[in-house]
Ligand binder design. Structure first.
Ligand code: SAM
Length: 288
């Protein structure tokens, strides 16, 4: 059964409509609540994004919205009404719901006033053609949604061009990950590949693949990163990089440590690396 066939059998209509819903037992709300489960998100090819700003940013960046849910408190708010009109114009459904309902959908006590249901998007690895001084972050089997979200946010902040999810990773479209990205999930393309496909793609990549490894022989500050594209490859939280991936790296970098900690948190290590790789490119602007 195709994704579209699946979708037509659910209670979320395809055409633009505005509905008022207050009951948790309403079938549309049941379907939206089920989006907390990966299986259901994948069946539908959608995910939830909370907050008016996020929803506006996503629409501005061309993400396709299927459903907009807003709390009654948002009625009359100009921005909410504009977003609702944009959703309807795109053929999406708009739901006006009680706070209890929006709380149940997002599993939060103090929910945002607006939640959007967007179509998931992955780019095929075959389209990944880094150039110039592009930087991409590849994550080996990342497990923790907070780590993944923080890495996506940080990658966006340094101007990296995309994220490559290697192997079996946590879902970038889970509500926890999307929350932790603070909207950056909409700003960067996501690629995903199993290890074998990533390694085969890597053979045709002539830039620098910098793996980070606790046994890395090279101080991360000593690598000349400039003037060629870089793939920064980060290891799994528990096991680090397997040899199969480590052997495919141009360099294995280590961040020197003092003290008793065995290693840095994955997202922190990624941030340290990214700010070094992008050192020359990042310049303070006029923002306060
Ligand atoms: N027990 C794991 C191991 O042996 O590699 C620890 C993994 S660490 C929590 C998660 C990832 O963060 C590592 O695979 C590596 O990519 C990166 N990392 C953490 N600390 C690092 C350091 N000091 N130098 C280089 N990479 C580091």
């Amino acid at each position: 059964m195709s994704r579209n066939d699946d979708f037509s059998q659910t209670h979320i209509p395809r055409t633009g409509k505005v509905k008022e819903v207050t009951s948790l037992t309403n079938p549309i709300i049941k379907d939206l609540r089920a989006l907390s489960m990966k299986k259901f998100r994948d069946q539908q090819g959608v995910f939830l994004a909370e907050g008016l700003k996020l929803v506006i940013d996503a629409l501005d960046l061309g993400w396709r919205i299927r459903t907009l849910v807003f709390a009654k408190a948002g009625k009359g708010n100009n921005l909410v009404e504009q977003v609702a009109a944009r959703t309807v114009a795109k053929g999406g459904l708009v739901l006006e719901v009680s706070e209890k309902v929006i709380s149940a959908i997002t599993r939060r006590d103090n929910p945002q006033m607006v939640v959007g249901v967007f179509e998931q998007r992955y780019e095929p690895l075959a389209n990944l053609k880094p150039q110039g001084n592009d930087v991409y972050v590849a994550l080996d089997r990342v497990r923790d949604p907070g780590n993944l979200g923080t890495v996506i946010r940080t990658a966006d902040a340094v101007g990296a061009k995309g994220i490559i999810l290697v192997g079996d990773t946590t879902d970038p479209f889970s509500i926890e990950t999307v929350r932790a990205t603070m909207g950056s999930v909409f700003a960067l393309p996501l690629y995903r590949a199993n290890e074998a496909d990533f390694l085969s793609w890597r053979k045709s990549f002539s830039g620098l693949v910098v793996g980070t490894h606790l046994k890395g022989a090279v101080d991360y500050r000593s690598i000349p990163y400039g003037n060629k594209p870089v793939i920064l490859l980060m290891g799994n939280e528990q096991q680090g990089l397997p040899d199969s991936l480590a052997f495919a790296c141009s360099k294995l970098a280590r961040i020197p440590q003092a003290g008793r900690a065995d290693s840095l948190n994955l997202a922190i290590a990624t941030a340290v690396m990214l700010f070094e790789i992008r050192r020359e490119a990042l310049i303070l602007d006029e923002r306060p």
